[in-house]
Design a protein around this ligand. Sequence first.
Ligand SMILES: [Zn+2]
Length: 260
Amino acid sequence: MIHDWSRAQEQQARESLLAGAQRLHASGLNSGTAGNLSLRLPGGLLITPSSLPYDQMGPEDLVAIDHDGRLLAGTRAPSSEWRLHADLLSRRPDIQAVVHCHSAHATALACHGRGIPAFHYMVVQAGGPSIRCAGYATFGSQALSDLAVEALEGRLACLLAHHGQVAIGSSLEQALALAGEVENLARIYGLALALGEPPLLSDAEMDQVAAQMEQRQYGALSAGAGQAASLSSGAAPGSQSQGRPGLAGRPGLSRWATPG
Ligand SMILES: [Zn+2]
């Protein structure tokens, strides 16, 4: 059992993460056993194991580790990218989940070291006016984790040069949805590039998009406030994914931390 979690809480987290891993696999965003996912736990994280095919994975195969990679529960080795997951979850208190995958179009751009600029307004979904591409470092290394943390500053997604993409969120569902959106944007950007460099939206235009999205989310949040309150009051102690105040669970939105 993980720290002071009840068996039921631990089982629920394992089933959530497994369902997320299976959704990632079914979405086609991944190839083979390459991707990995994690969910915040008190004192650490629950992460998918190393080199186990998703269709053979059960809840007991998921591994709980602390932020230094020490095993808290489980029998398998954690994903080789555990540093990336642990560092993001410890440096970003605004997030609950990390998704990493080698989706084809995002990875193709990343192989050219290209991020995704403000060519389309939906880029704002990733928390800023661009999706950066982190520099290259060997998979599983501290250097790769450091580069990803930097590229994700004020953002919810980034590409990894010659490697893949990372999406983070205030729930596993949001991180998975964003990984799909990043892949879609990368695909459209690739198509647009085939006709030449597309013109980009200005920072002012992207600011307006962010404001519009916030307003719509705030409206949805207000309209659903009664329901949200009853949901959060019914949440189990230690439940991590509900009732976050502010931008309806979009921690990076409107945070234009660094240009580019
Ligand atoms: Zn990878």
